[in-house]
Design a protein around this ligand. Sequence first.
Ligand code: C2G
Length: 711
Amino acid sequence: MKVSVIVPVFNTEDYVKDCIKSIQDQSHYDIEIIVVDDGSVDKSMVYVKELADEDPRIKIVELPEQSGVGYARNVGIEYASGTYLYFVDSDDVIHHHAIKTLIDHIDEDDVIISGSISTIRSLDEMDQFVQNEVPKIKVRKTSSIYTSRTVQKVLYSRTFVEDHNIRFLENTKMYSDYAFVYDVISLQPYTKYTRDSRYFRRKRNDLIQNPNIEETSYYEKCLNYFEMYLTLEPRYRENDAMKYRLDVDLMNFYRKTFLNYMREQDDFDQVFRRLSEVFNLLSHRVYKKQNPLVKREIKAIQELNQYRFVKLIRSHHLLSDLKRSISKRTNLKKFIYNRFFQRMSVKSDYIVFESFMGKGYSCNPKAIYEYMYKHHPDYRYIWVNNGNHLSIPGNPKQVKRYSLAYYYYMARSKYWVFNTRLPKHVKKRDEIVYLQTWHGTPLKRLGLDIEEVQMPGTDTGRYKKNFTQESSRWDYLISPNQYSSEIFTRAFDFDNQLMEYGYPRNDILYQANQSYIDQIKQKAGIPVDKKVVLYAPTWRDNQFIEKGKYSFELPLDLDHFREELSDEYVLVLRLHYLVANQLDLTGYQDFAYDLSAFDDIAELYLISDILVTDYSSVFFDYANLKRPILFYTYDLEDYKGKIRGLYFDIETEVPSPLLMTSEEVIDAIQNIEDINERYQAKYDEFYKRFCSWEDGKAAENVVKTVFGKEA
Ligand code: C2G
């Protein structure tokens, strides 16, 4: 029994091979694969042709120009010669038995039979779906098979499709399936269904280059939907059941999509006019079912009264936001932020600072603040903390992250100085100047340069989209060296003002003297007469406890360390700020010190004699001191391969040997003079490349540029 599988293709070069192969590999062999090229301009069709050369079951139909998926599928139907039709999108794949399972269970008098759709991120995920040896077949209402109103996963009798002339819409890009699906629902009220015929829809990662229907603009969606409605409504006007379905779907679309569009848009004349046309066709039966608020909205739309509609919507949104905000405290704060604080005037002398999400008084924001409060005490300074009071000179106002006071100052302060990204919900007003300092010369791939994001609570597409939405809000960004400038502009897609001054947080490395260093040692509680080894590793994306919290196991043999080194050295352990676990140093009190909670790592650089690190950007900063750096890269293979790509070749470009065991680290510390000598030339070169912009005046230069003040 031949099955014609119809695959419309438009620019899916990354996916189409997997798609076609999954069809070729079907356990039901008697198929023809009709690939309709809808004007692809990438390599998609090159790949398809390669496969077609080897497999006569693949037939290619080329459309002279891009005509939309509905038209492409209709052309596919014209070419089909099988007893059955099946539709696959060129970025999706189907399970090996998908078609056989349906063929085995469709009877002569059935005109369709349905399988199921699952969404996957990568092909590996297919294995987690277990197929029953003997598929379970159920009978369901056809309308419930098509809740998403798309044609995939179903096998159709071609005679049925031809006899009733069931076709896709050709005048709308996005909702062309509706015509096909509505016809099937109206002709065939019940359908056999089995979960065991699996169609896999791929969740696309790259929202920026390659948006799929979920990411196209609301504007497009609205116009397309209304077009579809206006085409199909006359067809079903006399068919009560179908007219009812059409109108219920319309109201769902109105609620889920149109109202969201409204929130984002001020100018919606064209869409509004179209909607008015559509709502004038709405049946009384569906109108009657709406709540009084929506009824009023419908009336205003029918009368084309945009002014009244906007007024109604504003008050209805206010009501629904209020309802939502009362149900959750954080929502209430956001509500107050958006509705009240954002309407108050902006104070041109207020500046909010935050470092590492409120965890400390540190990094570039600290350096900029120290310079500013000394030279410009006339500003009102606000620091964000995470609930623990920070010890900050000048005693600025402190607010807890996400508290009501935080939102108040975020809304009213003209300047924001942050070193990590801000969440999307903290909206930035146009008058605000956002200085993003960032927090290190990049070593690990960043933003758009990351291929696969493994962090919890997000996926690659969402991460990248959020990232660029955030970076487009930065008015200024600081770059510590030429190498960073190149990466930042690309990975953040940044095109506002880049300040190439070196890092303010490194100014102190050029200014501190011995008595200052002794003071820090005392503050940190470590002996003044011992040398210090600082161990400051980074975090690992894949060792997480929950969103935003990571774990870390100390890969050092502390007993051995103490035995070999404690006469001369103490060991300062400094975990990354994203690592949540505490180190247990019981028994090592006079030798090992956990200074993970110590505010500013720059001060720890100053008191240390040797740095041991891994893939952390700390070594770029530390190199300013020209002191020895050791790389303890025990999980290099894993890190390079699985965890995150690196920007530069750590194996050849760092000015020091890579050490793989705790013993090798001890040995290197004991022979540090030799290493210094051997690597001197490489270190100098490294310094030139990454530290040569630093002159101890970065903060001053940043302040002059952003705040326009001379010192
Ligand atoms: N840091 C620290 N203690 C550590 C590691 C890092 O205080 N044990 C601080 C340093 O200021 C460092 C910054 O956090 O420069 C960033 O740390 P990385 O280990 O480089 O990692 P990440 O936070 O992923 O930032 O452009 C820089 C990249 O974004 C990396």
